[in-house]
Design a protein around this ligand. Sequence first.
Ligand SMILES: Nc1ncnc2c1ncn2[C@@H]1O[C@H](COP(=O)(O)OP(=O)(O)OP(=O)(O)O)[C@@H](O)[C@H]1O
Length: 246
Amino acid sequence: MLALHNISLFKRLSGVSLRVERGQWWTLLGPNGAGKSTLLSLAAGLMPCEQGFIELDGLPLQEIGLANLANRRCLVTQSYSVGFHVSVQEMLSFYSPHPHVPELVEQHLQIKALLLQSFDTLSGGERQRVHLARNLMQIWTSIEQGDALLLLDEPLQQMDVKYQVHALTLLFHIQQMGNALLMSHHDINQAYQFSSHAGLLKNTQMIAQGAARETITLARISALYDQAFHAIEDTVLSSLYFTPKA
Ligand SMILES: Nc1ncnc2c1ncn2[C@@H]1O[C@H](COP(=O)(O)OP(=O)(O)OP(=O)(O)O)[C@@H](O)[C@H]1O
């Protein structure tokens, strides 16, 4: 679905290639400043690459146009404010062609209880739930068709543990419908547990990529963050649990 061919942007991203296919959930891991947000903005078509090119279903991104892209892909950015007084209901109807919160979204993000509240008075976690819901509603028709590309820049920030699990479960359902996900995240264990694939970015370069459980290894994670880790076997989840050495 999404193909990045050797893309670069001065001091922000260097020669990155990546293919994200339908039904795959990629997580980008890497230290602050590694280039994760830059990669997501370029993939969303919000700025041009200096070198290389990006295709969506074989078409160069710049030929698709932002209006068409808006029906097909969303970008959940790291910070979001509306800048004026507006209720959650008004904000959702302003940005989304889909007038109602879809049942699957409501089930996991519980937006309806917030609809009459002013967006600017929401707590950080509530705001992030609405921000995620708004982006999903923007492309909901494509999501239902299994044809959507979700670009997510640390989408769980400020959510409490319960809503993190709810949001990850919602994203898992959306992946199972055949959609493609590319997400940056700072939680190695959630990436290991939930994503199908992982890309490790360091100093603007992709140093490893592939199936999540083959790519996220103790040696690579320690090198990625310049930090020693323990890997503990979780026999219940038949998974590894990474924890930094103090
Ligand atoms: N608008 C900009 N102009 C110039 N440099 C920028 C700009 N935005 C980001 N950068 C630089 O590009 C590099 C990559 O930044 P980016 O935001 O992509 O990192 P990141 O991996 O998303 O980091 P974080 O985990 O902190 O969100 C950083 O060195 C950053 O300082």
